[in-house]
Design a protein around this ligand. Sequence first.
Ligand code: HDE
Length: 696
Amino acid sequence: MPRQPAKSKPAKNSESASRGQGGELQQQAGGTHPVLTTQQGIAVPDNQNSLRSTPRGPTLLEDFILREKITHFDHERIPERVVHARGSGAHGFFELTHSLAEHTTAKVLSEKGLRVPVFCRFSTVAGGAGSVDTPRDVRGFAVKFYTPEGNWDLVGNNIPVFFIQDAMKFPDLVHAVKMEPDRAFPQAASAHDTFWDFISLMPESMHMVMWIMSDRTIPRSLRMIEGFGVHSFRLVNAQGKSTFVKFHWRPVLGLQSTVWDEAVKLQAADNDFHRRDLFESISAGNFPAWDLAVQLFSEEEADAFDFDHLDATKLVPEELVPLQVIGRMTLDRWPDNFFAETEQVAFCPANVPPGIDFSNDPLLQGRLFSYLDTQLSRLGSANFTQIPINAPQCPFAHNQRDGHMQMQRPKGRVAYEPSSLQADSPRASAATGMRHFAEAPDDGVKGRVRAESFADHFSQARMFFQSQGHIEQAHMASALVFELSKVETPAVREAVVGQLQHIDKGLAERVAKGLGMAKLPAPPPAAQPAKEMPVSPALRLIDRMKPTLAGRCIGLLVADGSNAESIAKIRKAVEAAGATLKVVAPKIQVQLSDGSTLAADGQLAGTPSVLFDAVASVIPLEQGSLLSHEAAAVDWFRDAFGHLKAIAACKGTRQILSAGGIEPDAGVFTPDQIAEFLKAAQTRQWVREPKLRSLA
Ligand code: HDE
């Protein structure tokens, strides 16, 4: 698109012509731009000036063009999601590679090779729509499959368990974690009194608390998170037999997280870090992909677990029920319009095709109600399923009619059933319709009760903590210290540490010490003490990061006079390793040693090293000495070093490193060691961490 607006000769008599105010933007007859019109299709003569009684007189009410434009603008916002308000979405497809025909009639899970379109939305939970991408928070992972049998929404998170066991507690949880209602802060943060107050009084949340204090909640990229359906669902086959299923998304790029100090600094460096990362990788043709895996188990197997799988605070360890990969989702297209698609998309866990059914998980049961209800207020009309992003892409027919914003023009007299007047009016089908699993009721009595089998709040929290490596445990303990240090009420801090004692005494002691507590607070009574469970290495993070540079980004700092050949060499090696290279420089245009000009991707002051997975530099000696007095340059390396990144530093750069007090270690390389640098860049330099910061 040319940046220049079409030049036009303003009409002789128009105000804009005589005043010369913006008249140049008007449509030139025969130009390539379509004529601007009102919503009613009336051509707009002038989009710069409202209709005035005289050139300096009042604006006329008669100006329907102005009124329509402003009225529409006044109503541009819809209520944001009460949770998961900030999100980024993309289109793609899912392809089934392994049939589950034995277990389900759903075509999307049984017709091997079937490819269905999907729309996927990732989100944070606590912050508003305009909040940042990188707080410590759970990530929503919602996928809408447009299957040949209707829409299937798998509305999950990047953590396999949840805070609470019963839908009744969801509004309390959300009120506690969102900004406090009197002061309206903190935005997008769990580090405040009301959240931890609630948590300390809800021991069932302790397993999820272990996960949110782990580095899973500070992901490097949305392309590098796992997804979980969380609840047990049922698969139902042609004979009506049911098998329980847990859904898992596994990122092809592997897991990758940031370190906490980096996540905090990312909030300042780029509010849209994850959204931009997703957009840029899809635009570059590096399509993120996830394998869909299932855990399948029978009712009898479930009965033998020593936990209740209907309790969403529990996971089914992979060591107990292995995962089977059955297909792959690839995201290959950014939405045309954020509002129309990512904002208006309406997920609902109740959207399942025949062959998938619900379990009695009381959290899931509540969700089956909540999502449709929230869409009605958020999208404003019962016809929200007609919005293209929400509409099924298979044939559909029903007798629902009218309502706000009805887009369809149904024909005929018949909008009811039974009817005999119209041959093409829709009829229910027992053969292809939704088949609910014929579950026999259990023999309990009606009541507001919590099953006894939900009373174990600590065993899996303990298993999760004990399954982690020592670095991850230290990060969790430090995250707890960070969060609780922001809590102003000492009794709340003490209550949380008391609960931690039920999980792991050592962890409670580390956190108490980090909070400067004189003595360990007593644990509150527990419904059940933690049982010893075998550790589950599959729950670790660092071990599961892939040794690869695919999908990663290397920052290269250059300056005037930088050696063009060295830059080209580094670029070639980085790209050959599957990573992207971004050039950063004190000015966005630099003159290289060979006289050529290089356009940098970012200016140093606005492109800190937190944006990259590893950093390199090609800087002439004299520029190195200038930059060693430049805070942005010193911080660039100090942060990269502090965030445990590999560094390839040329001679000129060594002056900057010493200005930053950096003592090069095994993760700092020379430009000749490019292969070694790229190998080290595949991971973080974990051995460096204890030398840099005291972890709890
Ligand atoms: Fe949600 N949740 N949720 N949730 N949830 C919403 O629906 C709710 C829960 C999840 O990108 C809302 O459209 C209740 C678990 C995601 O649009 C709302 C309960 C899991 C998204 C709602 C839960 C989730 C939502 C807000 C407890 C992981 C964003 C706006 C019974 C398995 C979807 C909306 C998107 C959104 C209710 C618990 C995931 C209010 C009542 C557990 C990924 O309906």
